[in-house]
Design a protein around this ligand. Structure first.
Ligand code: SF4
Length: 276
């Protein structure tokens, strides 16, 4: 059993490794816990980027994907996170709640993948709602089947990362199957749950026009998708791959040129998406 730690405010770009060496493997985790405890990487207190308004963003540990361009590989394993209680998170959040409400913000749970520790995520979302906060998760959707009605009722917005529309490309860049993400997107569309789709533009990996076109055509008819956000690849996480002695395939990948970014944004716009 891991020992309860203290979660300090920090940045998603801080490196955290081997904080809880006896944590379970993330792929062995199901829905069996009550979510009272979990593993977290860090939290930020004033993000203007991960949902509307000013937000607290909690980065939880555990992810089953292995994106070649991931900028936070130190969130993949529970053992690299700090063991904390949901109550600790909510007590801390309560201190920020008046300011978050005044600034039209709220709480976003990101990662890692918040649906790996689904019960923990669900408990924190419910607690945030009882503080009167807008709530969001950022997810790949790979574990979207885990999301139940109770969780959906405590969730105002889903930031859904669609990394590719091509199953082969998706598997090449994430190591996993594309279908669960598309299925989750369709389910969210069917109930009208607000979604911001996020697409990471990685030159040489996800920039193929047909790949972009596929996502744009899939998303465009979905009335619940408020925005498509094109996120340019960057190298801010490269030092983590090096420090963790991982094989980094994007060491020589450059950030997208303005022309490439404009072409991709135009593709989404031409398909009828609201894009930024
Ligand atoms: S889904 Fe996110 S956290 Fe997981 S490997 Fe991909 S980029 Fe990293």
């Amino acid at each position: 059993m891991s020992h309860l730690g203290t979660l300090e405010a920090g940045s998603r770009h801080d490196l955290h490794v081997a904080v809880s060496p006896d944590a379970p493997n993330e792929d062995a985790l199901g829905n069996e816990t009550d979510g009272a405890f979990g593993y977290a990487h860090s939290y930020e207190t004033s993000s203007r980027y991960d949902g509307p308004g000013v937000r607290v963003v909690l980065f939880v540990s555990g992810c089953l994907l292995r994106c070649t361009y991931c900028h936070n590989p130190d969130t993949w394993h529970l053992k690299d996170g700090t063991y904390i209680s949901a109550q600790q998170v909510l007590d801390r959040l309560a201190g920020f709640a008046p300011a978050l409400r005044a600034l039209d913000g709220g709480l976003t749970i990101s990662g890692g993948e918040p649906l790996v520790q689904f019960a923990f995520t669900k408990r924190i979302l419910a607690g945030a709602k009882s503080l009167g906060l807008h709530t969001a998760i950022e997810t790949s959707g790979y574990l979207g089947d885990r999301v139940d009605e109770t969780c959906l009722s405590a969730l105002d917005l889903v930031l859904l990362d669609i990394k590719s529309s091509n199953p082969d490309t998706y598997r090449a860049v994430t190591g996993r199957d594309l279908n669960p993400t598309l299925r989750f997107a369709e389910r969210l569309a069917s109930i009208g749950k607000p979604v911001w789709v996020r697409f990471t533009l990685v030159p040489g990996f996800t920039d193929d026009p047909a790949n972009v076109e596929g996502i744009a055509k899939f998303v465009a008819p979905m009335k619940n998708v408020e925005w498509v956000e094109v996120q340019p690849f960057h190298q801010l996480g490269a030092f983590k791959w090096k420090a963790m002695k991982l094989d980094y395939k994007n060491a020589n990948t450059s950030t997208p040129t303005p022309d490439l970014l404009a072409r991709v944004i135009d593709q989404f716009r031409a398909a009828g998406c609201r894009v930024r």
